[in-house]
Design a protein around this ligand. Structure first.
Ligand SMILES: Nc1ncnc2c1ncn2[C@@H]1O[C@H](COP(=O)(O)OP(=O)(O)O)[C@@H](O)[C@H]1O
Ligand SMILES: [Mg+2]
Length: 343
C-alpha cells in the first residue's frame, strides 16, 4: 500500500447563518457534515456533486484554508490541529490549491515573473542567481512558451488558459505532494479545458503528485481520476474506483448525475437505467431527515425519510449509502418501464 498523505476523519465544517443584520440567528450552514477520506501518494481522487454540496469547503479545509468545526485532518500521519508553526508552513507548502478562476488570487500589480519568484524566494528553493532560469523552467513545464514573453505580463495580459497555467506553475514551484484542484477548468472555454487537463495529467504523471480533484464534470473525472467520491449535502453518498462507480453506480444520486451527463462509452451504458434528477439541492441549514437525497429520489420508500442509510460495501472499496443499493438497477428499470415519473 502506498503512503496515505492526507486523511480526513468525520470532518464537519459549519458556518453561521448571516441573515441580514440579525445576530439572533443561531442556525448553521452544514457545508461539510461528516466526511472521511484518505488520499494516497500519486493518487487522483475526484470529488463530485452539484453546486452547494460542500466540495469547495472540503477542498479548502484539506488545503488548510478553512478550519474544521469538528473532526480531524492528518497530513502524513500528523494531526493538523497539533502542528507547530514550522510544520504548518511545510504543510501549507506541500498541499497547494488551484482555483476555478485564478484571477482573484493574483495580485494585479505583480508580473508573472514576480508571482512565481515569490514562493521560490520565500521557501529558498533556488539561489537568487538561478531565479530567472527556474521561473523559465517552470513556465516551460506548464506550456507558457516562449517563457521570456510572459515574464513581465500581469494578470490582465493573460488569457484564462494562460492564467490557469501560471497558477499551476505557482503551485508546482514549491514541489507539492498534493494539489487540491477546485473545478480547475470549469471557467475555461471548452477548447482550452482539454489542454489544461492534459497538462494536469502530464504533471501528475511526471511528479507523482496526488490530486484532490473537485469537479461536477463527469467526463473530466472519468478521464483523470483513480477514485471518485460522490457528495450530496455535505456527505459522501457513494465512493469507489472510477471504473466501479461509473460502470455500476450504487446510489440513485450517482445514477441521476450519470443520466444527466451521458458519457459516450458503450461499455458504460450497458446496464444503466435512467434516474432523472428533479428540483434543487435542499438547504444545508436544515437538511432532510433520513437519507438526505430522499426528497429528490424517484425510487424513495418510507424508510428513506426515516432512517439514515448506513454504507453498504461492495468490491474494491466501492461503498454506497442507499437503503436499496442492492436493488437499484431493478427499481430504476421498473420506474423506466412504468413511463414518465407520475409523482
Ligand atoms: N464562508 C461561508 N459562509 C457561509 N456559508 C458558506 C461559506 N462557504 C460556503 N458556504 C455555504 O456552504 C455550502 C457549501 O458551499 P461550497 O463548499 O462552496 O459548495 P460547492 O463547492 O459544492 O458548491 C453552500 O450552501 C454555501 O453557501
Ligand atoms: Mg465550489
Amino acid at each position: 500500500m502506498t503512503e496515505v498523505l492526507v486523511e480526513v476523519e468525520d470532518l464537519k465544517v459549519y458556518f453561521p447563518v448571516r441573515d441580514g443584520w440579525s445576530t439572533k440567528d443561531d442556525r448553521q450552514v452544514k457545508a461539510v457534515d461528516g466526511i472521511s477520506l484518505a488520499l494516497r501518494h500519486a493518487e487522483v481522487l475526484a470529488v463530485v456533486g452539484e453546486s452547494g454540496c460542500g466540495k469547495t469547503t472540503l477542498g479548502r479545509t484539506v488545503a488548510g484554508l478553512a478550519s474544521p468545526t469538528s473532526g480531524r485532518v492528518w497530513f502524513r500521519g500528523k494531526d493538523l490541529a497539533t502542528l507547530s508553526s514550522g510544520e504548518r508552513k511545510t504543510y501549507r507548502r506541500q498541499v497547494q490549491m488551484v482555483f476555478q478562476d485564478p484571477y482573484d488570487s493574483m495580485n494585479p500589480r505583480k508580473t508573472a515573473f514576480q508571482m512565481i519568484a515569490q514562493p521560490l524566494t520565500i521557501n529558498r528553493i533556488v539561489p537568487k542567481t538561478d531565479l530567472v532560469n527556474e521561473v523559465l523552467r517552470l513556465f516551460d513545464n506548464v506550456g507558457l512558451a516562449p517563457g521570456e514573453a510572459y515574464l513581465n505580463r500581469s494578470r490582465h495580459q493573460l488569457s484564462g488558459g494562460e492564467r490557469q497555467r501560471l497558477s499551476i506553475a505557482r503551485s508546482m514551484s514549491v514541489n507539492p505532494s498534493v494539489i487540491v484542484a477546485d473545478e480547475p477548468v470549469s471557467a475555461l472555454d471548452i477548447s482550452i479545458q482539454g489542454q489544461i487537463l492534459s497538462l494536469m495529467r502530464k504533471l501528475q504523471e511526471e511528479s507523482s503528485i496526488a490530486y484532490l480533484f473537485i469537479s461536477h464534470d463527469l467526463a473530466v473525472v472519468r478521464s483523470l481520476a483513480d477514485r471518485v467520491m460522490i457528495v450530496y449535502l455535505g456527505q459522501i453518498v457513494e465512493e469507489g474506483t472510477t471504473d466501479g462507480v461509473f460502470s455500476n453506480p450504487r446510489h440513485p444520486y450517482t445514477m441521476a448525475l450519470l443520466a444527466a451527463h451521458p458519457i459516450p462509452d458503450p461499455e458504460l451504458s450497458r446496464n444503466r437505467h435512467r434516474i432523472v434528477l428533479t428540483g434543487d439541492v435542499p438547504s444545508p441549514i436544515d437538511p432532510p431527515t433520513g437519507c438526505r437525497f430522499h426528497t429528490r429520489c424517484p425510487i424513495a420508500r418510507p424508510v428513506c425519510s426515516q432512517q439514515i442509510p448506513p454504507f453498504k460495501d461492495f468490491r474494491n472499496g466501492h461503498r454506497s449509502a442507499c437503503h436499496f443499493a442492492d436493488q437499484l438497477q431493478s427499481m430504476a428499470r421498473l420506474l423506466n418501464e412504468s413511463g414518465p415519473a407520475s409523482h
